[in-house]
Design a protein around this ligand. Structure first.
Ligand code: AMP
Ligand code: ZN
Length: 457
């Protein structure tokens, strides 16, 4: 246990609050997972890196974290207002595969991305389609308590029945009612949301029997039902991206409050978006995958480094220049650490300063800046190494696992020569030098901005 008090910004109270867990040194953490109808983009991954940093900070403070993440493989409609096609069925139609096939495929691709980014595995990963009965039971409880009504296309939650509906987002219900822009269909109030949707005349690939007819669960109910199953009626932290504040998390709070008469989670934390050219990265709009960064010659951990340079509650603007800078700095940091001798001690003053930053709402930019202060400090080289490796438990950059690869001078010279030929447009000659480098047992990986790396084959 450390001396520094943990403080997190709680979206519910809009305040920085000391963290107080329900159970001693135990944390129940629920992170909303991906909707698996397409590849995750680097924006999604920024959110999961934020979750991972939070988890690492809790663990370093001595907490045992029970981390649950769902996989949304049914029920997330194209519009968050409960209209339009199910994203899974739409993805299946476009990709000429079954909804079940794309769910499995994109879930695996997502989990592989997490691994490449050194994100610690959740304690429990649970799929919505494997918890249909739990969701039906949840809706039945809401029905018994009088919070639901039926329309021709489903069972809806009546948000008027909860006086403080919308408190997370500070929703202005009157304002919403005055200028209804929401697709109301048969909903009684614009904020009402679907708990169960009927298949209707269409045959769906993913559908189940229920007391109300054949259909599928709404998006919000899956998280509430699974969170309750694995973490109980009230747990410590519920986390997701900022877009979850006005709809998804607002509705989760409502249905849990209605069913259990209690707040679902004590702390609500939200990661801000990654943008590109001032536009949010999204699966349906401008997207960018981790795989593309790799194809451009960058390591996934360079992206991890990049995300640590901004606070989770600010938007981060992605640029290739920024990523190239992160890659270069990460490499410099590794070189530095490998050149330091082992066997030192963690410097207590730097440790205290570090904990001060990370424990105050995960101030990673300041924690990262401290790395360079340690490197430039007067402390023993071996102590520098131990201190930096201690920091890396939070950064997750695998700094301790680095093996120094010495590139022979001749290979270095050839790579520079090849680069200069490429810049002159003499590509055939550049290719033949690439072959010579390969013959030495190394390969050159081109990346953006005239950068390249040399790695053993
Ligand atoms: P989804 O797969 O769309 O359900 O989203 C998975 C997670 O990524 C959610 O927590 C979203 O809030 C989050 N997210 C979506 N877009 C972005 C973005 N551009 N930047 C950061 N997080 C995002
Ligand atoms: Zn959720």
């Amino acid at each position: 246990m450390t001396q520094t008090t943990l403080q997190f910004y709680n979206t519910l109270s809009r305040q920085l609050m000391p963290f107080d867990s329900i159970g001693p040194l135990r944390v129940g953490l629920y992170a909303c997972g991906p909707t698996v109808y397409d590849y995750a983009h680097v924006g999604n991954l920024r959110t999961y890196l934020f979750v991972d940093t939070l988890k690492r900070v809790l663990q370093l403070n001595g907490y045992q974290v029970n981390h649950v993440m769902n996989i949304t493989d049914v029920g997330h409609l194209v519009s968050d207002g409960d209209s339009g096609e199910d994203k899974m069925e739409k993805g299946a139609r476009i990709q000429h595969k079954s909804a079940w096939e794309i769910a499995t495929f994109f879930e695996s691709a997502f989990l592989a991305d997490l691994e490449r980014l050194n994100i610690l595995k959740p304690s429990i990963t649970c799929r919505a389609t494997e918890h249909i009965q739990e969701q039906i039971s949840f809706i039945q409880s809401l029905e018994e308590k009088g919070y639901t009504y039926q329309t021709s296309d489903g069972i809806y939650f009546d948000t008027e029945k909860l006086p403080d509906y919308g408190k997370l987002a500070r929703l202005d219900k009157q304002g919403l009612l005055a200028g209804i822009r929401v697709d109301m269909a048969e909903k009684r109030h614009p904020t009402d949301f679907a708990l169960w949707k009927f298949s209707g005349g269409q045959k769906r690939q993913m559908e189940w029997q229920s007391p109300w007819g054949i259909g599928f669960p709404g998006w919000h109910i899956e998280c509430s039902a699974m969170a309750e199953k694995y973490l109980g009626e009230t747990f410590d932290i519920h986390i997701g991206g900022e877009d979850h504040i006005p709809v998804h998390h607002t509705n989760e709070i409502a249905q849990c409050q209605a069913k259990n008469g209690k707040v679902q989670a004590n702390y609500w934390m939200h990661g801000y978006f990654l943008n590109i050219n001032n536009e949010k990265i999204s699966k349906s709009g401008v997207s960018l995958r981790l795989e593309s960064l790799i194809e451009h010659g960058y390591e996934p951990l360079a992206y991890r480094y990049l995300t640590l340079t901004s606070h989770y509650r600010s938007h981060l603007s992605f640029s290739w220049e920024g990523l190239a800078g992160a890659q270069k700095t990460l490499r410099r940091l590794r070189d530095k650490i490998t050149s330091l001798p082992a066997g030192g001690n963690i410097d207590s003053q730097f440790k205290a300063e570090f904990l001060g930053y990370i424990n105050r709402d995960l101030n990673m930019p300041q924690a990262l800046a401290l790395v360079w202060k340690v490197i430039e400090s007067e402390i023993e080289p071996a102590d520098k190494k131990s201190t930096l490796l201690y920091f890396d438990q939070i950064f997750g950059l695998d700094l301790g696992k680095v093996v120094r690869v010495t590139i022979p001078d001749e290979v270095q010279r050839l790579a520079e020569q090849r680069q200069s030929l490429k810049q002159q447009g003499r590509y055939d000659e550049a290719d033949s030098i690439r072959d010579q480098i390969l013959a030495y047992g190394y390969q050159v990986n081109d990346s953006a901005d005239r950068l390249y790396t040399i790695t053993p084959r």
